[in-house]
Design a protein around this ligand. Structure first.
Ligand SMILES: Cc1cc2nc3c(=O)[nH]c(=O)nc-3n(C[C@H](O)[C@H](O)[C@H](O)COP(=O)(O)O)c2cc1C
Length: 322
């Protein structure tokens, strides 16, 4: 493998999506291969205690590397080699031919999470294409059978998560609600990417600053209500349902498929907005799983998909990549 040629592409690979935009992946360049691992300092132990979103993000990163390398004419493959203790998921190595993908660097560059208003949901044919992609890794990607209870489930999930001081503290540490934040252009969730007005960002900043004290006087409820109902912004909610008995390495593989799903969404002129709180809070997750008739741990990702009314702001990335 031409390790140096790949190294030059790394900044574009960093455009991969990750929960809270922590960019947990780490590359170690060796003479003939690139080790792909993660830094536990960029995991989310409170919000993501099982590491599900970490592994999906790492899978999305690997797929992004393969797409970017193929677009640049480099023949690169990924060899999975999961080691939880070593914080490693595998190796990028030279291959006999370029990775076969319909996606390219432009899609990687332009993809973004869109948390604003959608004009319509996805057409049934697009949903069928997305489901076909999920099936290639033994998963399904399906619309929620009954969307009626979703706003209540989201409110309950937000409320539960904001009531957990470890989760709220972790979120606060990744929020960049003012351009004066020293890491505003590097990582985390900016006011712009979250589509917050200046007043909303200032309100959220003030509320979270008073969090430990205000928690007792009902702040979680206020914050959950302030989060609003994302479903009122349009689109349809789709769920990635995994096969039973998924191990860590298989979750990374599903993360790769998730990136292909997001790039397909984008290629169809649509956008995606994950709603992971529905999976992070046990009661809403169980309610959703019951709708699909599966065990709660089989729900891997929940996302609002639709045709965006406006363009979304780009998210930050580290330039001084570790
Ligand atoms: C596994 C995973 C879970 C995510 N969950 C959420 C979520 O619950 N809410 C949300 O607004 N964004 C969520 N995101 C989107 C990330 O915040 C987003 O990818 C990151 O901020 C970088 O922004 P970008 O996707 O626009 O490049 C998630 C992303 C991944 C990969």
């Amino acid at each position: 493998m031409d390790v140096e040629a790949f190294r030059a592409l790394a900044p574009l690979c960093w455009r991969a999506p990750s929960a809270h935009n922590t960019q947990p992946w780490r590359l170690r360049y060796e003479s003939r291969a690139v080790r792909v691992g993660w830094d536990p300092a960029d995991a989310l132990p409170a919000a993501d205690p099982t590491g599900r979103d970490l592994r999906l993000s790492l899978g999305a990163f690997v797929e992004t590397c393969l797409v970017v390398a193929a677009d640049a004419g480099l023949a690169v493959r990924f060899d999975a080699d999961h080691c939880a203790e070593g914080h490693r998921i595998g190796w990028l190595r030279g291959a006999g031919r370029r990775y076969d993908t319909p996606f390219g660097a432009a899609g990687v560059r332009d993809r973004r999470t869109h948390r604003g208003r959608y004009l319509t949901g996805p057409e049934p044919e697009v949903v069928a294409d997305l489901d076909a992609l999920a099936r290639t890794v033994g998963a399904r990607f399906r619309a929620v059978p009954d969307a009626g209870p979703l706003p209540g489930l989201i409110r309950a999930a937000d409320q539960q998560l904001y009531a957990d001081s470890a989760i709220a503290g972790e979120l606060r540490s990744w929020l960049r609600l003012t351009p004066r934040h020293p890491r505003y252009h590097a990582d985390g969730l900016t006011d712009r990417a979250l589509a917050l007005s200046r007043a909303e960002a200032a309100g959220l900043r003030a509320a979270l600053a008073g969090y430990p004290l205000l928690r007792r006087v009902g702040l979680p409820r206020i914050l959950a209500a302030a989060g609003g109902n994302p479903l009122a912004l349009g689109g349809d909610v789709l769920v990635l349902v995994g096969p039973p008995d998924l191990d860590d390495q298989a979750q990374v593989t599903i993360g790769r498929a998730l990136l292909r799903i997001w790039l397909t969404v984008q290629a169809a002129g649509l956008a995606a907005h994950p709603l992971s709180q529905l999976l992070d809070a046990p009661v809403p997750r169980a309610a959703l799983a019951a709708q699909f008739g599966v065990a709660p741990q089989r729900l891997l990702h929940v996302v609002r998909v639709g045709r965006p009314a406006t363009a979304a702001a780009p998210s930050a990335r580290r330039r001084d990549q570790p």
